[in-house]
Write a new protein. Structure first.
Length: 212
């Protein structure tokens, strides 16, 4: 055997031994505390959040009086049949000029047997409402059919009269006017029956109030 292969083999063995003696870089020691903190954080994130208490739902308190058949606006309330509703006549004529506290005109109807009208006017110091009764009566269609009834309802001066009309569908009716605070109100009804208007006026006045 020649010395060259032996020398090569010896050199290779020495190289391997030398390589084995080179210190190896130690693997980093795991940071146990950091791992614990990560695990705790992950656990907290995964935990369901507590359910929030539901927001209390406000419920309306019952009113002291029934609102059925009661119109309230413009700082007054008035009764009317529950199967009809008042509409703002002024707004229907001009949306930019609706009824207001100091002046208004409402109407309600049930075809073919009932038509209601209500007007009011601010008139401070007025005690006699007859001028507004004359205003709401139609010279062409309404004829007073009885004497003028004058009475005091609570603290309001009230006048009322039965009327006959020239409208075939509603030939009977009644009209009334009264003062309340600094305003004067007038009401009119066309009906099919002679006694209906007086009963409707009594019901309207029984529930009438006004802000003064």
């Amino acid at each position: 055997m020649s010395s060259r292969p032996i020398s090569f083999a010896l050199s290779l063995i020495l190289s391997l031994l030398a390589a084995g003696c080179i210190p190896k870089t130690a693997a980093p020691t795991p940071n146990v505390q950091f791992q614990i903190e990560q695990a705790v954080a992950a656990t907290l994130i995964a935990m369901p959040l507590p359910t929030q208490a539901p927001t209390p739902t406000p419920y309306p308190t019952p009113t002291a009086v029934s609102l059925a058949g009661l119109f309230c606006e413009y700082k007054f309330c008035i009764g009317h049949p529950a199967d009809v509703a008042f509409y703002d006549h002024l707004a229907s004529q001009n949306v930019a000029a609706p009824s207001r506290y100091d002046n208004g005109f409402l109407y309600a109807y049930k075809i073919p047997d009932l038509i209601l009208a209500l007007i009011w006017l601010q008139a401070p110091g007025t005690n006699d409402p007859k001028f507004l009764l004359d205003t709401i009566l139609d010279d062409q269609a309404d004829v007073p059919a009885g004497s003028l009834d004058v009475k005091l309802i609570r603290d309001m001066n009230v006048v009322y009269t039965s009327i006959a009309t020239s409208i075939a569908e509603v030939p009977f009716g009644g009209a009334g006017a009264w003062t309340c605070g600094d305003r004067v109100f007038a009401w009119k009804a066309y009906t099919q029956q002679a006694d209906t208007a007086a009963a409707l006026f009594s019901e309207a006045m029984a529930r009438f109030t006004c802000g003064q």
